[in-house]
Design a protein. Structure first.
Length: 191
């Protein structure tokens, strides 16, 4: 799915559905890093690492991130589905659950996937914050995620298109983006 500009005004956007396969992006043994995000107060060094490759319409993975100098790891289960049930013919949505207690963590929608499936733009709705009026501004954001080996190819045309799509969404949502990833992230270990 993407937004396309119909007029010269940057505030007029129309929804145009495009099919992307979230399960294909997640089906890797490489870590997937959050390179850019609009998440307020985003944790550093966020990455997903599959513990069990995709079986049917689900995957199990570990999401790790760093806050206040401490690395946290969460065991998660992703269940693939369709954002638009009538239009989709590929899994373009992943509902993420805590793998231990099966509470819903967030819902992630694949907005764009590069042709080589190494870079993706993903919209996230944090389910715990959606229902909390004090944290509602923290409930939705957009990530640019990249498979680990592709971090060395950020000058490619695939990455340029991925970044362009991310920046289009940032422009529409009028959110600030940050880069929680640095090369130091690869060398940090969990405690």
């Amino acid at each position: 799915m993407v937004f396309s500009e119909e007029s010269s005004s940057t505030t007029e956007w129309n929804y145009v559905y495009q099919n992307y396969a979230f399960d294909k992006f997640m089906n890797t043994s490489d870590p997937i890093w959050v390179v850019n995000t609009t998440q307020p107060e985003a944790p550093l060094c966020t990455k997903d690492f599959n513990s069990s490759l995709i079986a049917k319409n689900e995957t199990f993975f570990t999401r790790s991130y760093k806050t206040g100098g401490v690395i946290t790891e969460k065991k998660l289960k992703g269940v693939f589905g369709y954002y638009d049930e009538e239009e989709a013919n590929m899994y373009d949505k992943m509902t993420v659950y805590d793998a231990i207690n099966l509470t819903e963590v967030d819902e992630e929608t694949l907005e764009y996937l590069s042709e080589n499936q190494e870079c993706a733009v993903i919209s996230v709705i944090n389910r715990s914050a959606v229902y909390d009026p004090m944290n509602y501004g923290f409930a939705m954001w957009c990530d640019l995620r990249v498979r680990d080996p592709y971090l060395e190819h950020t000058n490619s045309s695939y990455y340029a298109e991925c970044l362009k799509r991310f920046n289009e969404i940032v422009g529409v949502t009028k959110r600030n983006s940050t880069s929680p990833y640095s090369s130091d992230c690869k060398t940090q270990k969990s405690t």
